[in-house]
Design a protein around this ligand. Structure first.
Ligand code: ZN
Length: 424
């Protein structure tokens, strides 16, 4: 399992346009793995009965289950190379509004179907190749009313819903300290831990600019560059919540920060406004608050908090927040540090990056909710704004901005009293 996690490579790029023509013998990265290849996905039927069909190069096993609020069907598959045409899943048919696909963990892929209303999985099966047709995964949905839908959820012996990627990561790290520190039996690493959290990933593309520019790819590239820059000084240990195109639930991102006793958590995103919502520009730094600082911050937090629903995580399984006086005290201190870092970061970023006209905001971001880890969420800019997008895809802009963030981190830790942060 660990070996598989370590050997996992960047062989697949779900949803990108760089896919070979469907049905062609696929050269390039995909050929280097033995993962099953999905070459086409299509919908058939109407608003009463809708069928989802996925063409494969070999039969696979899978499981499918439904989720409510919003209505979704999730298909968990072994790791699959999706070589589907760009735009696949954007338009729906019948009961299926849209669908997404991507990696959820090393060895595991997922397809999430967004439903137009309650539906039950009438049949699901894999057909062997026959009559010139490739092996196919078929899922048949039937419209039901909400009561029947909810009853069918209760009857199901629910499989493990959580993709478990973070659990795998944490376990892998715990089991292989050698890989992290290189020195066996050395003194424990006392350097502050910085967790860098590139938003979205896998089935969750994040915001999208007109072409093929996806937030999940932009912020991953930025996050990895930031990691490399911060690690150069040797003063910090950096942990990434993801290093490839994998979906990680929001709560698992928070869990990584807490289990690492992180001294700082930085979530990286890029925003977008819909057409007709104006043309905002520049970077914004967000901290956690119960009440959003303005309507735009609230809209953004709602959008970012949808990540789990997009990725097919059952939100009702999330534990409710613990109200505890001790946690509140820690939270107050954490909040002070979060705000302080946000201000330092703004002071540095404004030298290199174009900032939003109100660059410091707050709202109820679920990913910022570790009670004991100072956390900020940075929206690097708007992919919907032409000038911002030029920056976001430019390597020189990225280098400059990564540099200013690294400087802010140095300043923050230089001024931090010894008692600051989780300080265990
Ligand atoms: Zn985002």
């Amino acid at each position: 399992m660990c070996a598989a996690a370590l050997l996992w490579t960047l062989a697949i790029r779900p949803g990108t346009a760089q896919t070979p023509p469907a049905g062609a013998a696929a050269p390039g990265p995909a050929a280097e793995s033995n993962f099953p290849v999905a070459s086409d996905a299509r919908l058939a039927g109407d608003a009463k009965q809708t069928r989802f069909i996925l063409d494969l190069d070999k039969p696979i096993q899978f499981r499918a289950f439904a989720l409510a609020d919003p209505y979704r069907v999730v298909l968990d598959l072994p790791q699959v190379n999706f070589e589907l045409a760009a735009g696949t899943g954007v338009t729906g048919r019948g009961l299926i509004k849209t669908f997404r696909y991507g990696l959820v963990m090393p060895g595991g892929s997922r397809i999430v179907l967004d439903l137009a209303g309650p539906a039950k999985i009438a049949k699901s099966y894999v057909l062997d190749a026959a009559n010139g047709q490739p092996p196919r995964l078929v899922l048949e949905l039937e419209a039901v009313d909400r009561t029947a839908f909810v009853q069918s959820l209760a009857r199901e012996s629910r499989p493990e819903l959580r993709p478990g990627i973070a659990v795998t990561n944490v376990a892998a790290r715990a089991a292989t300290p050698v890989a992290v520190t290189q020195t066996v039996q050395a003194a424990p690493d006392a350097r502050p831990v910085i967790v860098i959290d590139p938003g979205h990933g896998g089935v969750d593309n994040g915001t999208q600019a007109g072409g093929d520019v996806m937030e999940k790819n932009l912020v991953l590239g930025f996050g990895l560059a930031l990691r490399d820059r911060i690690e150069q000084s040797g003063k910090y240990r950096v942990v990434m919540t993801r290093t490839d195109d994998t979906f990680v639930p929001l709560s698992d991102r928070v869990k990584i920060a807490r289990s690492e006793s992180a001294a700082l958590f930085v979530s990286i995103h890029a925003d977008a406004l819909k057409r007709g919502e104006g043309d905002a520009q520049g970077a914004t730094i967000y901290t956690l608050s119960d009440k959003a600082s303005d309507a735009e911050a609230e809209r953004l937090a709602d959008a970012e908090n949808k990540s789990d629903a997009i990725g097919g995580v059952n939100l009702t399984d999330e534990p409710t927040e613990v109200a505890d006086i001790l946690i509140e005290l820690v939270q107050r201190e954490t909040k002070t540090f979060s705000n302080r870092f946000a201000r330092v970061l703004m002071g540095e970023m404004k030298n290199t990056a174009r900032m939003h006209k109100h660059p410091l905001k707050s709202a109820g971001f679920r990913v910022l909710k570790a009670p004991d880890v100072p956390s900020v969420l940075v929206e690097l800019g708007y992919v919907s704004n032409k000038g911002d997008l030029e920056h976001l895809v430019s390597e020189s802009w990225r280098n400059k901005t990564v540099g200013s963030m690294a400087q802010a981190i140095d300043t923050f830790f230089a001024k931090r009293p010894a008692t600051a942060g989780p300080g265990k």
